[in-house]
Design a protein around this ligand. Structure first.
Ligand code: THU
Length: 130
């Protein structure tokens, strides 16, 4: 599956976004090493701080289904430039693969691609816990 196809999946996930407070809908599609795709959308809450980002929803769905190895994630929103994952999501994604491909898009059709470690260098990793 190429970047454009994974962005298409993220676009479908975005349609499910629950974002009545910000009206900023985000979709994510997380590619497991086994080829399975996990979709995520942002899920907001009246207690704003409890909002869950699309990327983390996708990670939680995948891990709870037994998939912990990922090769790529695609994200999309109606943003002026391709949406870049928030810091918390970068850290959560890095737990599983700091070298995963991150494909960022917007509704206007712009796409940018990078590697997670470029977005979050020197991540906090479990080897630092010893
Ligand atoms: N949001 C995401 O889903 N992912 C990000 O990486 C950035 C922000 C959501 C959270 C909130 O529902 C809305 O976008 C506005 O911040």
């Amino acid at each position: 599956m190429d970047s454009k196809q994974l962005i298409e999946e993220a676009m479908k996930a975005r349609q499910k976004a629950y974002a009545p407070y910000s009206n900023f809908k985000v979709g994510a599609a997380l590619m497991g090493q086994d080829g399975r795709i996990f979709m995520g959308c942002n899920v907001e809450n009246a207690s704003y701080g409890l909002t869950m980002c699309a990327e983390r929803v996708a990670v939680v769905k995948a891990v709870s289904e037994g998939v912990t190895e990922f090769s790529a994630i695609a994200l999309i929103a109606d943003s002026d430039t391709p949406i870049s994952p928030c810091g918390a999501c970068r850290q959560v994604l890095a737990e599983f693969n700091p070298e995963m491909t991150v494909i960022m898009g917007n509704i206007a059709g712009e796409i940018e691609e990078t590697i997670l470690s470029e977005l979050l260098p020197n991540q906090f990793r479990s080897h630092r816990l010893t």
